[in-house]
Design a protein around this ligand. Structure first.
Ligand code: ATP
Length: 367
């Protein structure tokens, strides 16, 4: 089921009687979510992710714009008639019911033509439980389950009605690191097996990158970029997106273009074609630095952290906007940690230029 968001906008009125400052939680969001794909909605706290998800679910009404499931305009449709499965951060299971009763619950409320026989309900509940691998735990109460198991029950409960669209709001936030990793892989497997179009809200870029077919990066209610995770990482549209994706984060410098060359401080570090002389922000991914005794960029060496496969070199440079520069180098490179300076050459495809005012990307020709 493809889901179309058309100029979706949500404005919350001011709560403060003295000021008229309304909150534009989501601002003119247009996107066609392809059938059967998993979309990660990503951005910092307050950027409008949950509000977008609630509008898709019908829990909140858009101020303007439309939502389509396939060709059906569902904008005015109540949540229960949309065919959505919802999973929240706090599993919201009924504590007095067993796992089985929790999963059966949505089916028992079906009415009219949708009403199922007892045997059909049992079969659906067992199939959903099997899919999320909790079919052995059907007689337990939620308090007798781990957080990860509880979240699986919540997912089974969302799947049992065979929703047209699955909506997940920070479903992994309450789980510890290892379980989070495992559960996110589970969600991806279940999504692939069922082929249900899924929207997954998270503030964790690594989580979104690892399981999404496409990510949508938002800031202050406005979509910044939509694309396949690797494409967005490799070609960020602006400085915000560049900074939001990647661990360790991108290194940002103040730079200057002069006569087709990029300067960081006094050092000309790269030839950049097709860009007018101007001051710029420069983003360099940690993997964009190459140790090179004759390299054009000189940094003061702080320390060298060996991380097994890779080596992380921590250094400083007056042009850097971050207190430290972190570069990641293959561990085969031997780094003398006692030297005062390190010199780098730079990989052009790992270096991005941004306009100093708009912070939008400036593209350049590699020479
Ligand atoms: P988080 O990751 O913290 O949940 P989010 O990206 O999901 O953040 P939203 O919950 O969608 O963000 O909120 C977007 C903006 O709308 C925020 O500024 C928030 O304060 C505001 N907002 C959300 N719900 C309401 C409401 N019911 N009334 C007024 N303002 C609201």
């Amino acid at each position: 089921m493809k889901v179309v968001l058309q100029n979706l906008t949500k404005i919350f009125p001011s709560r403060n009687k003295k000021s008229n400052e309304e909150v534009i939680a989501v601002n003119d969001f247009t996107f066609e979510i392809p059938d059967g794909k998993l979309i990660g909605l990503l951005g910092p706290s307050g950027c409008g992710k949950s509000t977008t998800l609630y509008m898709i679910s019908g829990l909140q009404k858009p101020t303007s714009g439309k939502i389509f499931f396939g060709d059906d305009d569902v904008t005015e449709l109540a949540t229960e008639n949309r065919g959505v499965g919802l999973v929240f951060q706090n599993y919201a299971l009924y504590p007095h019911m067993t796992v089985k009763q929790n999963i059966l619950f949505p089916l028992q409320n079906l009415k009219g033509a949708d009403k199922l026989s007892k045997a059909e309900m049992q079969e659906r509940a067992y199939n959903a439980a099997k899919l999320v691998q909790i079919d052995e735990l059907m007689d337990r109460k939620p308090s007798e389950l781990s957080g990860g198991q509880q979240q699986r029950v919540a997912i089974a409960r969302a799947l049992v009605k065979m929703p047209r669209v699955l909506l997940l709001d920070e479903p992994l936030s309450n789980l510890d690191a290892r379980l989070r990793l495992q559960t996110r892989e589970e969600i991806r497997r279940i999504q692939k097996e069922t082929g249900i179009t899924t929207v997954f809200v998270t503030h964790d870029q690594e989580e979104a990158m690892s399981i999404s077919d496409m990510i949508v990066v938002m800031k202050l209610g406005v979509v910044q970029q939509i694309g396949a995770p690797q494409d967005v990482y490799d070609s960020p549209a602006n400085l915000f997106v560049a900074k939001f994706l990647g661990t360790p984060p991108i290194n940002v410098f103040e730079g200057k273009i002069s006569g087709g060359r990029l300067f960081l401080g006094q050092e000309a570090v790269l030839e950049v074609g097709g860009v007018a002389d101007q001051e710029v922000y420069v983003g360099i991914r940690p993997e964009g630095f190459v140790l090179d005794p004759n390299g054009p960029l000189t940094c003061r060496l702080n320390n060298v952290e060996v991380m097994g496969r890779d080596v992380s070199i921590v250094s400083t440079n007056p042009a850097s906007l971050n207190p430290i520069i972190r570069s990641i180098i293959n561990a085969d490179n031997k780094v003398d940690a006692t030297q005062e300076n390190v010199r780098y050459s730079l990989k052009p495809h790992k270096l991005f230029l941004f306009n100093k005012e708009t912070e939008e990307r400036i593209f350049f020709e590699v020479k």
